[in-house]
Ligand binder design. Sequence first.
Ligand code: DGJ
Length: 725
Amino acid sequence: MAIKAENNVFSLETAHTLYQMKVDMFGVLNHLWYGAKTDCCMDYLLDYPDLGFSGNIYEAGDNRSYSLNTRPLEYGAEGVGDFRVPAISVTHEDGSTALDLRFQSYEIKRGKYKIQGLPAVYAKEDQAETLEIILKDTATETLVTLLYGVISEADVITRSVIVTNQGKTPVILNKVHSFAMDIPYGDWEWIHFHGRHVMERQAERVPLIHGIQESSSTRGTSSHQQNPTALLCEKGCTETTGFCMGMALMYSGSFQTQVQLDELEQVRMTMGIHADNFAWTLKEGESFYAPEVILSCSDEGMGELSRRFHHIIRNHVCRGQYQLSSRPVLINNWEATYFDFNEEKIEKIARQAAELGIDMMVLDDGWFGKRDSDTSGLGDWFVNEEKLRGGLNTLVEKINHMGMKFGLWFEPEMVSEDSELYRTHPDWAIRIPGRNPSRSRYQLVLDMANPEVTEYLYETISKVLRENHIEYVKWDMNRSICDWYTKTLPDSRQKEMPHRYVLGLYELLERLTGEFPHILFEGCSGGGGRFDAGMLYYCPQIWCSDDTDAHERTFIQYGTSFFYPISAVGSHVSAVPNHQTGRSTSIETRGTVAMAGSFGYELDLNILSEEEKQEVAKQIKTYKEYQPLIHNGFYYRLSNPHKENMAVWEFVSQDGKEVLVQGVVFRAKPNTLRIRIRLAGLEEGMYEVLGTGEVYTGKALMTGGILLPKVSGDDVSFEFYLKKK
Ligand code: DGJ
């Protein structure tokens, strides 16, 4: 049994970790421990300080040392004397906002719970257990059910929350975070991931300050600017040593991660749907389901933590035919043609791609409606026969005839004002009555909370997929959302809309991915603006960034690798000078960097020289050979590109016998020794370097390291493959 409930203590055990809580004498649920296994009840660490201006619950009588404001709580609520940032905040019918949550009951179940309408980690019945703890407000019939999923072999705990109103009068939820935890001890830093369009997920490690720090999005998507993932690390924690814990919210809308260091140096972390522009009315008997948070921790550093997240997301989040199988090497026409193409141009690109060994041609934006620029056409998901004379079917057949699969781009959630769809249904675009809506990339957003809209999208998209032999869909989304308003809700409940938008999106994705299981769905939002575990439940890969510059990509992919598996990272070789930065890097460097993901090309291969074409053919062959190692192997970050003059990463096969080291040295330096890099995750025994015949022991490679080839020039890549003898 992974879950034990004894003497009011709940212990959740995974292969290497322990999560512990305790119901105290007042029915308050205390957080005791999350970390390495201790074989012990950790309540001896609890302290009860008499702290000025920390009030006491009434039942404590004259005992001034029992305060909700100092307890390490499992799920802190607002209004009853805990002045730290709450996980939950409600308004009752009488206008009051207090919520005094006390233990009511618990249940342990086999298998992993599911969440109504939301993506969640899944596991076989014998791989997981569920703990449900019901807390109840002392004065009302408001119930909070804390859900815990324990996936032992993966060292993962999942958390979610259900709020139920069993009273007669409505309750308004103002904030319901999915995860909260108080940590009374330790000296911590945290890592969050910030960025912008064309520069996503930059890892930033900062000390905690007294007060609240936040990483969040109010854009209706998980966003380029912050990511719904965070790590809490003990000071000094490295890639290979020290304790850290990580949390990833499985949600694609506005989110909020809060970290608070309080007056007693205790840490409170919470994570969930952003509380701004959120409110949810629960009438009698209704429940609200919060999205899931995936948690893991490691006392062997951040690398091990990342590998645990890679494992759970690849094996228990991603789904469908392509979940674990090889991904096709694709060619995408976006950076080759932008909107300026016809069937001849596409066929020419495809023919060259097929000759070089590429598996799939993806036709990007511009194939539909009146779409010759980004000012028109979105919403009209029928082929533009002026561009594709002969229609889509003829083009797909020709591509298939060349021996390639065919993939197609959609941006389902958007509408252009200059479109048939907008002229017919102007009321389907999000806008507040009496105000002009804000445009972004000239486009408006469809109201995904309106079932008529999602039904239309289902009908039109599924028709295209049914009538043409399409084996891949790129699901794009190119703006942040504001002007929130839906005609499907009364005015008093408009703050439900951002979450209802996400529910509508998930429902549509569930329907389409369920009906077309053979199609590989790749998520996208102006590159990686919606790169989260929620989208990965529907799309096993996501276009990592619109920045295809190999140098910049090493930083983006470094940050992405903290939580997301390598197979999830859509990554392409593009033309030089690079369209985003103007930088030129060699075809070898571009290939090496793009291989650390789900690989493809995004340029007109016809413009390459013969030598470059040969190099492309070689890269495709190499990638196909290494793909099982890259996607199924263990991933190690061997350098921090923000601090060192290089980005180096490594894949080790699960049996420890194969090793692929890849990297880029950024700036050439004259008169220096060759760079030495320590490998990781090897076994004892001898490893041979392919090509050079050099043989070293695993121990030597991990402690002494290996010398990189002497490089000349900037942004020069290297790669070596080792095999155990
Ligand atoms: C943004 C995506 O990230 C690009 O790859 C491309 O699909 C464009 N949208 C098309 O408009």
